[in-house]
Design a protein around this ligand. Sequence first.
Ligand code: ADP
Ligand code: MG
Length: 227
Amino acid sequence: MTVTLHEGVRVRGLSRSFGDRTVLDRVDLDIAPGEFVALLGASGSGKSTLLRALGGLDPQAGGDLGLPDRKAVVYQEHRLLPWARVWKNVVLGVKGPDLKARAVAALTEVGLKDRAEAWPLTLSGGESQRVALARALVRTPQLLLLDEPFGALDALTRMKAQELVADLWAEHRPAVLLVTHDVEEALLLADRALLLADGRLAEEITVDLPRPRALDHPDFVALRRRL
Ligand code: ADP
Ligand code: MG
């Protein structure tokens, strides 16, 4: 794996095998700065493997990876540490002055300013995921990697979380790769949707719809049928 600095994402020939099973087979992927890309694919198709490589977290991935310096990942499970207060979780591993103020600012952006001193175990699932988003935000990522971030949330909480991500993206404009099972979610949020199958990016759909998007828009319905 060769990693070089790049403004957006420029990946060439990304391959990853586990034993004799090739999960990613010479994948090329570009994400422009500020672009929102969704990645769809069946369970086990290699979405998380691809995301891990883009996070620079998989030294065994092969290929040339041009990646931005500042990356942040949000997983389906929030992975908050139960023994650290919410604000501390947000800035864990971050260096520099005014960490608490930065944590509170990020928590304010996700609507959780008043939970800064709370313990993670006292939060609901939706609140925990918002803390995970704050933890990503505080790193001012140029590339935000979201691995099925709303998968464990109930329908209403998921809708609110989707809206929040749309708002945060419009405000900060990181490049985003969102892994999701949910075609509607991909079309609601992304500029482009990619489909991963048999180790390759098999389909690419440009989502040229105005924002905010409506599920009953005829173009939306037509796009949905294609995926
Ligand atoms: P997805 O996120 O699309 O559901 P994953 O990227 O998690 O898929 O996994 C793709 C394939 O790679 C699966 O068959 C999975 O079992 C395999 N795999 C992922 N990580 C490992 C690992 N660390 N060791 C062995 N096999 C793995
Ligand atoms: Mg996965």
